[in-house]
Design a protein around this ligand. Structure first.
Ligand SMILES: [Zn+2]
Length: 198
């Protein structure tokens, strides 16, 4: 079994070696922009805003999708002045990828309540599969509705963004090929914030 490599960065405030997905660029007038861990960022933000905020480290949760594939979700909590966000994401080699979700609450919300909302949404998303594998034509849109996330394609030759559907990254070209099978149909495109999907 290969060990997944997790990149770490030393937090500029507490000095703890922290996985990169829990490191943020945090700017202040005194210190400029520094790489700090979410715990230190939240503590500093709480102090500046006079908030009584307790940072809770949320443990990863493994969930199974409708095809039986398991997904490990990691969580990052950010206190941003008058709001608190919790992001849920999968990691590949230490970098967030695949399914990504966010919930927005207020600083006095109970983190575990927000996490429960997030988990309910993840469960809803994992219960539906938008793509199917056709033996002759490869990956296809399974029904007449497809939901996913717009992301960036890191390939130098990429002509557009990439999309993540069913937790898998699909190039714009590949997505276009799938849409091509619906020639003559009309479509509706609605963009939603990741805190509102699914
Ligand atoms: Zn720190």
């Amino acid at each position: 079994m290969t060990q997944a490599k997790t990149q770490t960065t030393r937090c500029a405030i507490c000095g703890e070696s922290t996985p990169d997905h829990l490191i943020v660029q945090y700017g202040s007038q005194e210190h400029g922009s520094r790489e700090v861990c979410t715990r230190c960022m939240n503590a500093d933000m709480a102090e500046r805003c006079g908030l009584d905020f307790e940072h809770v480290e949320l443990e990863p949760v493994t969930m199974t999708d409708c095809s039986g594939k398991s997904h490990e979700f990691h969580f990052a909590t950010h206190l941003l002045g008058g709001m608190m966000t919790i992001d849920a994401f999968e990691l590949h080699d230490g970098t967030p990828c695949g399914h990504q979700f966010q919930v927005i609450g207020s600083p006095d919300d109970e983190p575990f309540d927000l996490m429960a909302q997030l988990i309910a949404r993840i469960r809803r998303a994992l219960s539906v599969s938008h793509l199917s594998e056709d033996p002759r034509h490869g990956l296809q849109i399974a029904g007449q509705k497809v939901c996913g996330q717009i992301t960036c394609d890191l390939d130098d030759d990429a002509v557009g963004p990439a999309v993540v559907i069913d937790g898998r990254e699909i190039s714009w070209e590949e997505f276009g090929r799938m849409l091509g099978t619906f020639e003559g149909f009309h479509f509706r495109l609605e963009i939603v914030d990741r805190s509102e999907a699914p």
